[in-house]
Design a protein around this ligand. Structure first.
Ligand code: SF4
Ligand code: SF4
Length: 92
C-alpha cells in the first residue's frame, strides 16, 4: 500500500521486449507507449517518459519477458516485492 508522495520511474529492457503491448494496456497512468523504432530482434518495444508513473509495478508484473524494472524513492512504502527502491538516484 502506498502511503507517501511517490517519485517513481521504470526501466524497460528494449532488447528483451517483444512489443506485446500488455504493459501499455495495464498501466493506469498511460505512461507507456510502443516505440516507432524496432529493436535488434525486429520488435517494436515499449517506451516511457515516466510522466505520471506512480511505481505501482503492474507493468513489471504483467510483462511476460521480465523486461521492466520499477524504481521508487525510499520515502515510499509499498507492498510489492518486485520493486527496486533507490535513494532518489536515477539508475536508468
Ligand atoms: S509502474 Fe505503474 S504507473 Fe509506472 S509505468 Fe508501470 S504500470 Fe504505469
Ligand atoms: S509487456 Fe513486456 S514484452 Fe510486452 S510490450 Fe511491455 S515490456 Fe515489451
Amino acid at each position: 500500500m502506498v502511503q507517501k508522495e511517490l517519485t517513481a520511474h521504470i526501466k524497460i529492457n528494449s532488447e528483451r521486449c517483444k512489443g506485446c503491448g500488455l504493459c501499455v494496456w495495464v498501466c493506469p497512468q498511460k505512461s507507456i507507449a510502443i516505440d516507432k523504432i524496432s529493436n535488434n530482434m525486429g520488435y517494436f518495444p515499449a517506451c516511457t517518459d515516466d510522466v505520471g508513473c506512480t511505481g505501482c509495478a503492474m507493468c513489471a508484473l504483467i510483462c511476460p519477458e521480465a523486461a521492466i524494472e520499477v524504481y521508487r524513492d525510499n520515502t515510499t512504502q509499498t507492498d510489492t516485492a518486485s520493486v527496486t527502491s533507490t535513494s532518489g538516484k536515477d539508475n536508468a
